[in-house]
Design a protein around this ligand. Structure first.
Ligand SMILES: [Zn+2]
Length: 313
């Protein structure tokens, strides 16, 4: 039987994406920079225009449901955006109800990392598992959990914010206001920041030579490590260790069969892999220390795929 046609919306701080999906297959897709200045009404217009640019009249009739991936914190019980750090002027905006009014069909709203977790479970690296953790490591750190074959949400859908458990007594301040959160220590943003610090300290290193030309990011550190630069290599080893430490805590909390790692930093999974697993074996007792981490399969479409899959659940 053919999977039903669904509509996926991905509301991001930099891009909005719209797709017509059948299962994990993207039938058609459009994206453009988020109209941040336009606020919620500007973005709703974008969704409407983009959807009509990719879907025929027949397809719009056939697609009975909409799934939305949104940055958090968002109350997914009520579909109200609480406050979205990447999107000003969205405080307490009734996202789900506004989309129902506009498109006249059922709408499911999900936190982006939880939607991506569901996407990877249904159609990506975690297919067929009963217990799986998804962690996205990019600008921030987020995630989702499938336990006993069910997607976890928690009260008001605010569960599994993996980026914000505290890992140390001292450390950088996190975007959430606390200190030394997993995200503040191990996100791509944090890796870029450590790269800039090391560039100051080692002016003749790969990073020291590029800091005057550009703002160093995690991608520069990874590129340096790949080209054999010693400073970048040790930064990547430190990043793998921090990720492994955080993952070990998640393993103790959830006992997953597998951890799936997505987000921009997962592009460097091949050089993080060994260090991540060594830290997990060190920090988690057997047999929990044997849990494997693999790279996500759906890339930047995980949220879209997951949101669309949730819409037909
Ligand atoms: Zn935090």
């Amino acid at each position: 039987m053919k999977a039903p046609l669904t509509i996926g919306f991905d509301l991001g701080g930099t891009q909005v994406r719209v797709a017509l999906m059948r299962g994990k297959d993207i039938i058609s897709r459009a994206a453009e920079p988020t109209d941040i200045a336009g606020g919620p009404s500007g973005v709703l217009k974008q969704f409407h225009r983009l959807l009509h640019s990719i879907a025929s009249k027949e397809e719009l009739q056939e697609a009975k449901t909409i799934g939305v991936s949104s940055p958090g914190p968002i109350d997914t019980d009520t579909g109200v955006a609480i406050n979205l750090p990447s999107l000003p002027n969205w405080e307490n905006f009734p996202l789900r109800q506004s989309l129902i009014d506009l498109f006249q069909r059922p709408v499911t709203v999900e936190n982006d990392a939880i939607a991506a977790a569901y996407g990877e479970w249904k159609h990506g690296a975690g297919q067929g598992l009963r217990h799986m953790i998804y962690v996205t490591v990019s600008t921030g750190i987020g995630g989702g959990a499938i336990m006993d074959g069910r997607l976890l949400h928690g009260h008001r859908g605010l569960g599994t914010h993996f980026g914000h458990f505290r890992m140390a007594e001292h450390g950088p301040r996190c975007g959430c206001g606390a200190i030394a959160c997993f995200e503040a220590l191990a996100s791509g943003t944090a890796l870029g920041r450590r790269g800039r610090e090391e560039a100051e300290r080692h002016p003749q290193s790969h990073l020291g030579l590029i800091i005057n030309r550009s703002m160093i990011t995690a991608a520069d550190v990874v590129q340096g490590a790949r080209s054999g630069d010693a400073v970048c290599h040790s930064l990547v080893a430190q990043e793998a260790d921090l990720l492994g430490r955080g993952f070990a805590s998640l393993i103790y909390l959830f006992s997953p069969q597998l951890i799936v790692m997505g987000g921009g930093v997962s592009h460097a999974f091949d050089i993080l892999d060994e260090g991540i697993h060594a830290a997990i074996r060190r920090d988690a007792m057997s047999p929990l220390g044997d849990v494997k981490v693999v790279r996500a399969q759906l890339g930047e479409n995980a949220g879209l795929v997951g949101a669309a899959a949730l819409a037909i659940k």
